[in-house]
Structure formats: C-alpha cells, structure tokens
Design a protein around this ligand. Structure first.
Ligand code: FAD
Length: 520
C-alpha cells in the first residue's frame, strides 16, 4: 500500500511497527476493527529485529518469584510453536554448573522443576560432569560440577513482525512503513480525535481521523506520551550481540552461562547457521534516531565471558563477522543496576491514547490484549475475543514441494500460505541458498517484489538477514543482488548505486564487528 492510498478515517491507528505494534495491529484487525499501522522507519527496524530471538518463559522471572508471568510466557511459547511452525522452532539450552560461582546445581534443579511444572511436562535434564564436557565442547573443566539442560524456542524476530503485519493486511488492515506519527489532535473534552502522519519520502502530511491511537513505539514511547507515572521514565538500555561463523562452534543448542564478572546471564546461541553471543545491558547514550551499535567495551565484556567458559576454544574478536545491538525500553524510577530493572510491560491510558511499552517479544499477544482492553471504551461496538485460529498452515498445505522439507518449513513459517503461493511462482533456479546462508534467492526476490522495500538495508537486514551472516555484510554480492532483484523493484541504476553506497555505509557503521574507530 502507498501513502496516497490510505483512507482518512480508522477505528484505531497503531504507531510503531515492532512486535508490539504488529501484535496490536494483528489482534485489532482480527477483532474486526478498521486499523492503520504506521512505522517511522522500516517494519521491525527497532528492537524487534535486534533481540536474542528467544521465545521463552523467562527463567529470570521465576527467580524473582513471578510465577504467573512465567506461566503465561510459557503458555505463549507453546502457542507460538503451534501457530507458526517453521518460524518459531524448539531450541535446547545447556548450562554448565560450577562450584565456585553461579547458581548451584540444587537451585537450578528447583528452578527448572518449577519451569517444567508450569509447562505441564518435564522439560529439563541433569548432566554429569562427563556428560557436560561432551555437550559443551571446550567448556572450562576446573570447578565444573555438572550441567543442566532445558527447552525453550527460537524465532526470526523481524520475520515474526512481518508475518503478523502482512497477515493483518490480508484481513483488511493497512500498514505503512517510513511513515511517522507527528502529533495527536484532541477534541474539547481532551479526547483523541485525529493523528497527523508524515510520509518520510515526500514530506507529505495527512490528518487521520481516529478516536484511538495505540502508541507502541518502544523506547520512543515518551515522545508521544510523556510518562504519567511520577518520577518514572523510559531508560533505554542497550543489549549487544556479536555474530560468528557457525562452524567455529558447531552448536546444536544454546550455551547459557553466568558472566564471571557480574553474574549476568549470557548466551552463545545457534541461529541460521551462525553463532551469536549476547547480550550486554548498558545505558544507551547513542543517537536514538540511528541504528544502535556495539561498542568495543561491550565486545570485550562478551569475549571475556566466552573465553572464561570455553577456554580451550581458540576464538577472538577477529573471528566476529558482524554485530547487532538493540535497545530495551525499561521504565525506571531510580537507576538500579541495569540488569535489575523490571522488563514487564506497562499500559498508560489518556482519553483514547493508549501507550504500551516494555515487555518481551514472547508475550506480544498478551500486551496486545491489554492494549485493546484499555482502548475498549473508545472503540466502536463490542470488543470480542477472537478464538485462536487453529490452522497450522505449515502442516496443512503442500507447497513448494520440490524443495527440501526444511526449506519448505522455513518458507511456510516465514511467509504463510499466501506468501508461499506467491513464492511458488518464481523460477525454480531461485530456490537455492544465498552462499552458505539458509536464506534462499527466492526470498530476496519475493521481498523485493512484495514486501514494501524502500532501502536496500530493509531487504538485506530484515526481509532476509544475510547482511548479518555474509562476510562484510555481503558487499561482494551487491551487484549480483542488483541483477537478481532489478526486475522486482522499480529502481533505476542511479537509485541502485545510491542504495548500495548507503547500505555499505550503514553496515560498516552499525553492523560490522566492533572497532574503536566506529565510536569516535
Ligand atoms: C538485546 C535485546 C535482546 C532481547 N531478547 C529477547 C528475547 O530473546 N526474547 C524476548 O522475548 N524478548 C527479548 N527482548 C525484548 C524484545 O525484543 C522487546 O521487548 C521488543 O522487541 C520491543 O518491541 P516494541 O515493538 O515495543 O519496540 P520496537 O521493536 O523498538 O518498535 C518500536 C517502533 O516504533 C517506531 N517508532 C518510533 N517513533 C515513531 C513514530 N513517531 N511514528 C511511527 N513509528 C515510530 C520505531 O521506529 C520502532 O520500529 C530483547 C531486547 C533486547 C534489547
């Protein structure tokens, strides 16, 4: 959809195209409302393409005694696994237990037993020291006592956002990226009456009449709605990841460990054939308008942790191929240690303006439900619950049958039934992987043709994620990518040249392995 095609009145406008905005949009459309979603940059540009990709119950909540929160997150994890097979996939964890620091074996056993109980089935396991050494290649053997294993799940976060948005669009919703919410209009009673939005490409402004604005702008929430909670403000906290070639570790599960310096949980996890190390938790004082980036200090912290846990694996920052950082919107009163701040979501109401921020990827639907309940008196008609759509598209539909089962599942998970019907129309030759990545050329072409691409970085960093996995962000492939995607984008040669240069600049500045000169 183009900016010029939008209607001038909606039941609700959702601001922010991250997981929370996408979740509210999806839920609201399913409940029969006329809804517009606007995103100032690209869909999933914010934190929702920069998470650790875990769909999890949150063991840390359990440690804080928040059983209900953990229970609902575990339930959401199970729901997402069933609803989006091929996109949300099971993931195993293993955590070494030492006798000189970190949680004891007994405390881990208790925590994981409760976790399993909440999931309704045993999902954890205990390993002897010898088994731990086998499961965690290169693990520190000094003071190693044993290990524990448990199950959670993993998702391509940006693709989940995109799937929710496109699914809602198929059901009548309207969504625009590169469209910024500028300001809210109110009537004499102070109630929301309209939202002004701007097309970033042309600068055109339009007033959209609506009684409900859902502000799901994450770390930007206070720009539309200053915190109504006295003394509490959004504290942007950055979490950073380093990405390595997968063959350096041959991971088949997440290695979860406590950083020896501050006992924060750190993960080394497999994703799309690569290995990702993260995260940090530091105050984010970089420009909020540009992509966040990983500092050398954070990279050193992560490498110190990894080298401590896997001392016999010869790995250094020189092996890193790319990096990615995200910003947590945490509501904070006093500055506690960053990792002790609450991650729970909040909902603020102000006469038709509903703000939702915080929380986690996993529980986006619970947040969406809270947001719609808060908006209820300003929405037309009766708010009704939608029964969960039982379709499991991945299992039901025989699609793209001449490719491997895993590639089939990948496509169905990421694009759903309708997306796959479109994908099937492309030339067979495009169903091959892009270099050593798990992404297929056909995904790139489909993204270019159907997925609202404004910039090359939208395509290479969020529609497919090859910018994170290829050496130098895939710079050597850019001419080939141009040749493959040219038929599907209305870009002339000049626009392609501008976009290629812009992509290289963005990748070097924000996604390349951390270097001192980026911070200057
Ligand atoms: C490092 C890190 C790791 C994480 N790992 C996990 C994990 O493994 N599992 C998990 O469940 N959770 C995880 N989380 C939490 C989760 O990623 C976030 O809670 C979630 O992505 C927040 O989504 P959001 O939609 O609120 O914000 P965002 O994704 O940031 O989206 C907000 C959007 O609003 C847009 N916007 C801002 N202002 C405007 C405006 N005026 N007009 C229009 N649009 C606007 C922005 O461009 C942005 O795209 C992690 C978070 C971080 C930082």
């Amino acid at each position: 959809m183009n900016f010029s095609d939008i209607k001038k009145e909606y039941d609700a406008v959702v601001v922010g195209g991250g997981i929370n905005g996408a979740g509210v949009f999806h839920e609201a459309v399913q409940r029969g409302y006329r809804v517009l979603l606007v995103e100032a940059k690209d869909f999933a540009w914010g934190t929702s393409s920069r998470s650790s990709k875990m769909v999890h119950g949150g063991l840390r909540y359990l440690k804080q005694g928040k059983f209900l929160l953990t229970k609902s997150a575990v339930k959401e994890r199970e729901r997402l696994l069933k609803r989006y097979p091929g996109l949300v996939t099971p993931l195993k964890f293993v955590m070494p237990v030492f006798d000189h620091y970190g949680p004891s074996k007994a405390s881990m056993q208790i925590g994981l037993s409760v976790y399993s109980l909440l999931a309704g089935e045993k999902q954890h396991k205990s390993y002897t020291k010898a088994e731990a050494i086998k499961k965690i290649l290169g693990v520190r053997q000094q003071n190693l006592v044993s290990a524990v294993g448990f199950k959670d799940a993993q998702v391509d976060d940006a693709r989940l956002v995109l799937r929710l948005i496109y699914e809602a669009c198929l059901q009548g919703g309207a969504a625009l990226n590169y469209t910024k919410a500028m300001g809210i209009e109110r009537n004499q009673k102070g109630e929301v009456s309209a939202l002004n939005i701007m097309d970033k490409a042309s600068g055109a402004l339009v007033e959209i009449k609506t009684k409900v604005v859902i502000n799901a702008t994450g770390a930007f929430a206070e720009t539309l709605h200053p915190s109504p909670m006295k003394g509490f403000h959004i504290r942007p906290l950055r979490g950073s990841h380093l990405i390595f070639p997968g063959n350096l570790f041959s991971l088949d599960r997440v290695i979860s460990f406590m950083h020896p310096k501050d006992l924060r949980p750190v993960f080394l996890f497999p994703w799309e054939g690569s290995a990702i190390l993260g995260t940090t938790d530091v105050d984010h004082d970089q420009d909020m308008e540009t992509d966040p980036f990983v500092t050398i200090k954070e990279a050193d912290y992560l490498m110190d942790g990894l080298n401590y846990i896997l001392p016999t694996i010869d790995i250094s920052l020189n092996d890193c191929i790319s990096s990615i950082a995200g910003v947590r919107p945490v509501l904070s009163k006093k500055k506690k240690a960053a990792s002790r701040e609450s991650r729970e979501h909040v909902v603020w109401k102000d006469k038709g303006l509903i703000t939702v921020t915080g929380g986690k990827l996993t529980t986006f639907r619970l947040l969406a439900d809270d947001a719609l309940k808060a908006a209820k008196s300003y929405l037309p008609g009766q708010l009704f619950d939608t029964p969960e759509q039982a379709t499991q598209e991945g299992r039901q539909n025989k699609i793209c049958q001449n490719i491997s089962k895993s590639a089939q599942e990948r496509l169905l998970g990421r694009y759903g039934h309708v997306g796959c019907q479109r994908i099937e129309q492309y030339d067979e030759k495009l169903f091959s992987p892009i270099e050593h990545t798990e992404s297929l050329w056909v995904e790139l072409c489909h993204g270019a043709e159907h997925e609202n691409i404004h910039h090359l970085s939208d395509l290479l960093l969020r529609r497919v994620r090859i910018g994170l996995f290829l050496p130098q962000g895939g710079i050597s492939l850019l001419d080939k990518i141009e040749a493959m995607c040219k038929p599907y984008l209305s870009w002339g040669s000049e626009k392609w040249n501008i976009e290629k240069k812009a992509y290289i600049k963005v990748w070097n500045k924000y996604y390349s392995p951390p270097q001192k000169n980026k911070e200057g």
